[in-house]
Design a protein around this ligand. Sequence first.
Ligand code: TXA
Ligand code: MG
Length: 328
Amino acid sequence: MNTEILRVDPTVPEPAIIAKAADYLRTGRLVAFPTETVYGLGANALDPEAVRSIFAAKGRPASNPVIVHVAEPSQVVNVAAQWPETAAQLAAKFWPGPLTIVVPKKHGVPDEVTAGGPTVAVRCPNHVVARELIRVAGVPIAAPSANRSTELSPTRAEHVFKSLNGRIDLILDGGPCAGGIESTVVDVTGPVVRLLRHGLITVPMLEEVVGLVDLPSRGYEPLGSVARSPGQMAKHYSPRTPVVLAQDADAEHQRLRDAGFRVISVGFDLIWDYRFISNDPAEYATDLYAILHELDEAGFDRIVIELPPDTPEWAAVRDRLTRAAAMS
Ligand code: TXA
Ligand code: MG
């Protein structure tokens, strides 16, 4: 398959380009498109065969459900059987934006989307290209991150191309994603809102709207196999080059270098060879995957990353770093 790349204006998308991509989606093909978090790999969420082809292109296990994207909050009625009060409160505050809400699914949402489970994850992205594409396609769009399974998520069209060239029909290149890491995922089907994946909407931000949130670190009960997020699979979001996390990145760098490795570090203020990354959590998230993609191409043996502080505003970044460093 030939993978076509079309540039699209990220703020005023060209109608002809959106129309072409929307037509691809309506006819069961795969289109990668920018969102405010990372690039998504879209297919018509109501077409089981199209959704299966997402899994084939990514090499993703069928047990891992995908997020359904809508152009307007009002469109959740097409996929959700219920919209609890907490969902309404969270959507009112954070949509369009990087929050995914898991609710009971409506009859007719294919099992391919939900991994056979009773719930569906929904998100209204805050990116004009994504929303125009979904609006013109006229169907809800299933979209995981546009990368091969377990690899780093893409924050630029080139990352998508590197990972999925020849496996998808079209990439809409709308430039770099501002957010940089995947959306926060919450399950609102229980008595309290439960965090399934950390993201740009932090726990304190959620708790301001819905009160105390159920967190893995607060010891919540394990979920059934379907409701698990791949956020719960250890190895995910990984570059090929082994990543080592360290409180003292310079000491770790020196140790590895002395052991004969070609080493690069990523941190705020280091001594040995390093790539600077911002000490602001949001800016850090924006740049993290792009830096890892780049360093992964550069032929190092090890990437040492200085661990940011263990505070709520760093939780999503620390989560992704831990997964990038996981060996299995
Ligand atoms: O920012 C994002 O969320 C990006 C952009 C493209 O929207 N998408 C994304 O998709 O990161 P993906 O497939 O890489 O991650 C989707 C997450 C996974 O952790 C998955 O297990 C979880 O959402 N998920 C999807 N449906 C679910 C459901 N019904 N119940 C629980 N978790 C679900
Ligand atoms: Mg992903």
